[in-house]
Design a protein around this ligand. Sequence first.
Ligand code: 6PG
Length: 238
Amino acid sequence: MIDAEPVQYRWHAVVDELSLQQAAIGIILACAAQAIQQRSEFHLVLAGGETPRGIYQELCAVRTDWSAWHIYFGDERCLPPADPARNSRMAAEVWLDHVNIPPLQLHVIPAELGALEAARLYAGTLQTVGDFDLVLLGLGEDGHTASLFPGHEWGAAPGSPDTLAVLDAPKPPPQRVSLSAARLSRTRQVNFLVSGELKHRAVTDWRAGKNIPARAIMPAAGVDVLVESALLETVVTN
Ligand code: 6PG
């Protein structure tokens, strides 16, 4: 059970996936502008899965100072770097390969090395990084986020490692690397991106206070959830 100060949730209802994408792009660019103005750098953690693909695609065309962007991944699948199922490959194909973010500021998880070694190395990468400016997260049908799955370690407790090696994930592939809930919570802003009827049960459980992995994300500033309005209607089971 997650016993910590209750998190302040802000649920932002959007009508459909397109409006979710537009809202997300607005949030990312506003966060980037503020971070660059205040600290000359923008540290962004990317969500994996399919939901953010359209958002990343749209970012190719925006006007921003790409030289100030620093990109991290919330989790990665232990597959070869060129595998289309890699979160890093997806983001590169639709966005990162087409903009001028300095290569040294693209922090890919070396998941091809296997979960244990990649988790160890990525923890090293994060050691010199402070709080993120924005963390983007998806939500799975079972309430998982990043690669933090029900019945597995989430790394929510203070002092948890920054990264976790996942060896038997219920969502393929089984081997994955995830940032821990504690490290994902060290951020100025978190935005979940939730669309699709398959997520309805998970949203209902989340709002009912059920102990799903998404609830382990507990940044001091609270949590923003961009969600299709239909998913906010409580799923009633007979
Ligand atoms: C992954 C993701 C995972 C994802 C959710 C939602 O690598 O699988 O990081 O946490 O965000 O499973 O996935 P979809 O957006 O594809 O529904």
